[in-house]
Design a binder for this molecule. Structure first.
Ligand SMILES: NC(=O)c1ccc[n+]([C@@H]2O[C@H](COP(=O)([O-])OP(=O)(O)OC[C@H]3O[C@@H](n4cnc5c(N)ncnc54)[C@H](O)[C@@H]3O)[C@@H](O)[C@H]2O)c1
Length: 679
């Protein structure tokens, strides 16, 4: 069973200190090693400073600093990582330094230790073969700043074992990284198109196609980014861009080679001058050239099997913070237009060939279709992964229909005895795609929302009644539709990071995918009203006490728990149980009389004054019509079968989505506190 208890990070520089910080922040024990104690101290000070900045920006609670730091120890003695489960190397980008280090680590470290390199420009296999454990060797390519940027490229080389890849994925999950799996190839996935983006900017300048401000502006518009390539190079270092393109040029071909003007700028040791006037007339030429290069390279890397189209997009969105990934951009501007701009690049640079993938898609005349739900069968268990971590796996029409397809496949697969639903990245599933609702309301197509919800209900009902045991793996937060999916499963395996929550009444609507009917079956109508009306997060502990969570385990015990559950089976999903003591006051506060008081803007009775006052305040901040409907629906669902209760939830969707409050709440979600008018 995969276990990761101790991690070593070698090199306490920019990357190493950030990697160690992130690991400790997420609860892992880490030892950071550098050549001298003073370098270690410098790294630890960097971590302290970055944490303090987090406190100043109110991202980290002050009391967490000591707790985080207590999980990091520093040393100049390499033996301290001997018993680590994983050692991540982040030393100088120098082949000999890294090779010598890995030979040394291979001698020191125990059999179980996985060695990982954070190299940006060398092949992973070159280091792996220098050790006696190429099967336990992998690339883990982080992005600056590694404590802030969530992307992690996991780079197995040909000899990396399946177990090592699985452990790497677990390690990624344990320290809050969104992992994409990438082939051991020059620039891996993200730098493969990002470095040419920088280089092409320099080439356009060299060719006098446009001045720097025009190129900056065109890049910002093309990729919807805040910083153009020249400013980015100024911030991250012109030599890094020059060296990275030189490496790609040497490994792949002259199309990638460093622009002369970029080399010259590096030698001048000066920043690019950014001021000047934007020439609107040249913007579209520059945009087309950027698209030709970046989209062309993205298609080429997928052709070569470096990464999937989905992971390439994820890399751009999470690693580079582009609003859209290359393939989403291709769909937006159209595959025909993409083909044209890439063709222009392949004519300009003869060693850059038109990628097959793009040529075929152009022939098909269709946009790229993305796969967001994966199915894998392992040890007789089907794992269905909602894989859209960039959107916290939110449900939309495409995701729900793919979920439906994968579920059918899993049900029909004779080698799968049970079906586990899980989310990629840190969250399980964070609700539904709000933009979809807003667009439908604005287009006066609320019936589409009702149809979409009915399909979701039908799927969740099948999940609840499947002849194969269905299990939600709740190892991160879930909200709205995600919590409803978890509630529909026949069992839930959770870790302490798992949670449920119904924020709907705070955005003008109510949970429409069975949240009310299933919460009532688990917790009774009073607590169902409490959680749904207030949006209070249900912790893994409370969910366990309420019977929602079947097994609450540590992350390393998940697989065992799943197998135990499959062996034991689930006899009764909704057994009646006592209301847990800590929730009793809330059950009292959401009894019929008190709910009537709360809805009338009064303070509930029979509970401690502070709790009652807080409840009144929370209720006052929610959408009044949504609250009233929640109250009515839960009452009307009493004593009804699940299909009848579903119809009651569906019956009011038209009404709630037609309210001004729904549009107000949904359109401002995450940006401002909605002002509900009760209409
Ligand atoms: N900076 C980035 O944006 C970035 C992004 C991804 C990957 N990387 C890669 O990460 C690695 C580290 O980069 P960085 O920017 O943190 O470098 P850095 O120069 O800031 O830090 C390197 C650290 O490694 C230490 N070191 C050198 N040799 C060592 C050895 N044999 N044993 C122990 N410690 C040793 C140095 O003392 C130094 O503290 C490089 O391979 C780089 O290519 C960097």
């Amino acid at each position: 069973m995969a276990q990761i208890n101790k991690i070593g990070v070698i090199g306490a520089g920019n990357m190493g200190s950030g990697i160690a910080q992130k690991m400790a922040q997420e609860g892992l024990n880490v030892v950071i090693v550098d050549l001298k104690q003073e370098y270690v101290e410098r790294g630890l000070n960097t971590i302290k400073q970055t944490l303090q900045e987090g406190v100043d920006r109110k991202i980290i609670r002050p009391d967490r600093i000591d707790e985080i730091l207590s999980r990091i120890s520093g040393s100049s003695d390499f033996n301290t990582v001997a018993d680590a489960d994983l050692v991540v190397e982040a030393v100088f980008e120098d082949k000999k330094v890294k090779t010598d280090l890995f030979k040394q680590l291979d001698q020191i470290c125990s059999e179980k230790t996985i060695l990982a390199t954070n190299t940006s420009s060398f092949f992973v296999h070159e280091f792996a073969v220098q050790t006696s454990r190429p099967d336990r060797f992998v690339g883990l390519h982080y992005f600056y700043h590694p404590a802030k940027n969530r992307l992690l490229e996991i780079v197995p080389h040909e000899g990396t074992s399946k177990e090592t890849l699985e452990k790497s994925l677990l390690a990624a999950k344990l320290h809050g990284k969104t992992a994409i799996i990438v082939k051991d190839s020059p620039g891996f996935a993200v730098n493969r198109f990002f470095v040419p983006f920088l280089n092409e900017a320099a080439r356009m300048l060299e060719e006098k196609i446009a001045n720097i401000p025009t190129i900056e502006e065109a890049a910002k518009r093309a990729f919807k980014i805040g910083m153009g390539p020249f400013e980015l190079m100024n911030v991250t270092g012109i030599p890094i861009a020059a060296h990275a393109s030189a490496t790609l040029g040497n490994e792949i071909g002259p199309f990638y080679a460093t622009a002369e003007i970029l080399k010259a700028q590096m030698e001048k040791k000066e920043d690019w001058p950014l001021t000047g006037k934007v020439d609107e007339d040249q913007i579209s030429t520059v945009v087309d050239r950027f698209y030709g290069v970046c989209l062309g390279v993205a298609a080429a890397l997928v052709d070569e099997g470096v990464a999937s189209i989905e992971d390439t997009d994820r890399g751009a969105k999470i690693g580079l913070r582009w609003t859209m990934g290359p393939f989403e951009i291709m769909n937006q501007i159209g595959v025909a237009k993409t083909f044209k701009v890439v063709e222009a690049i392949s004519q300009k640079y003869p060693d850059f060939k038109m990628p097959k993938l793009l040529a075929e898609q152009q022939k098909l005349g269709k946009p790229f279709a993305f796969s967001y739900v994966d199915l894998e069968v392992k040890d007789q268990i089907a794992y269905i992964t909602l894989n859209r971590p960039e959107a916290m796996n939110a449900l939309n029409k495409t995701v729900v229909s793919q979920l439906d397809e994968r579920f059918r496949e899993a049900e029909n697969n004779p080698s799968a005895n049970a079906i586990v639903f899980r989310g990629a990245g840190k969250a399980f599933v964070a609700g539904a795609d709000i933009r979809y609702f807003v667009n439908k309301i604005k287009a006066d197509k609320i019936q589409d929302i009702i149809d979409f919800t009915r399909d979701g209900h039908e799927l969740f009902f099948r999940i609840e009644n499947s002849s194969k045991l269905t299990i939600a793996l709740l190892d991160g937060l879930s909200l709205g539709g995600g919590s409803e999916l978890a509630l529909a499963c026949q069992a839930v395996v959770a870790t302490p990071a798992g949670s449920l929550g119904f924020p709907e009444t705070g955005i003008g609507i109510y949970p429409g995918l069975g949240g009310m009917l299933r919460m009532t079956r688990f917790a009774g109508p009073e607590l169902a009203k409490y959680f749904v009306m207030t949006g209070t997060v249900i912790s893994a502990d409370d969910a366990k006490a309420l019977g929602i969570v079947t097994k609450l385990v540590k992350p390393s015990e998940i697989e065992t728990a799943i197998h135990d559950l499959v062996r034991e089976g689930v006899s009764d999903k909704y057994p009646s149980r006592e209301i847990p003591a800590n929730l009793k006051p809330y059950a009292k506060m959401y009894g019929n009389e008190n709910v009537a008081k709360l809805l009338a803007g009064q303070t509930p009775e029979g509970v401690a004054g502070d709790i009652a006052a807080k409840a009144a305040k929370i209720i006052a901040s929610k959408a009044p019509i949504a609250l009233r409907l929640v109250n009515q629906i839960i009452d009307r669902q009493a004593g009804k079968s699940v299909p009848e209760a579903i119809e009651i939830e569906l019956a009011h969707l038209g009404e709630i989505f037609s309210t001004a409050d729904a549009l107000e709440g949904l359109s401002h979600m995450g940006s401002k506190r909605p002002e509900f008018m009760g209409k």
